[in-house]
Design a protein around this ligand. Structure first.
Ligand SMILES: [Zn+2]
Length: 154
């Protein structure tokens, strides 16, 4: 594997094998936990949009899973990229400062996006990639059932 060569245009070289692995696993738009969660929801008859942009206060936000009719937005955050308190260790070495800034930028953007969506009436759910899929499904369905209005009450 020559990961360093592939990524020099976008990121400085990964400074350890562990970081390199994490980065490689997170390069695609669809990370594995997202795929599993979407699949579980789909199996339960839930219909949604994936990676659809929402424009809020002139800023484009792209939740991983979106239920636009009842305004529920779901994010599945990678532990490395979004600095999970349990697994979000910062890379060490010569590029440590680069990574600290980059990852901190992600965290700040997450907060901003969440606030913008909430202020615009969205119900925002945010999960870590390490969370059990069935627990995520449970939370999402709780929100969907709670926010769906029966047709005959209007
Ligand atoms: Zn984690």
């Amino acid at each position: 594997m020559n990961f360093t060569e592939v990524t020099t245009q976008r990121y400085p070289a990964a400074t350890s094998e562990a970081v390199s692995k994490v980065m490689k696993g997170n390069r695609k738009a669809d990370t594995r936990p997202e795929v599993l969660l979407r699949s579980a929801l789909h199996d339960r008859g839930r219909r949604f949009f994936k990676n659809r942009r929402v424009s809020v206060a002139g800023i484009s936000v792209r939740p991983d899973i979106l239920f636009p009719t009842i305004k529920v937005a779901v994010f599945v955050d990678g532990c490395f990229w979004h600095r999970c308190p349990e697994h979000g260790n910062l890379p060490r070495g010569p590029n440590a400062e680069y990574w600290r800034r980059k990852l901190q930028g992600n965290v700040e953007r997450d907060r901003r996006d969440g606030s913008l969506l909430s202020a615009d009436g969205w119900f925002v759910l945010r999960f870590w990639e390490h969370e059990e899929i069935r627990d995520c499904v449970k939370s999402i369905e709780w929100a969907l059932d709670r926010l769906s209005k029966p047709a005959d009450t209007r």
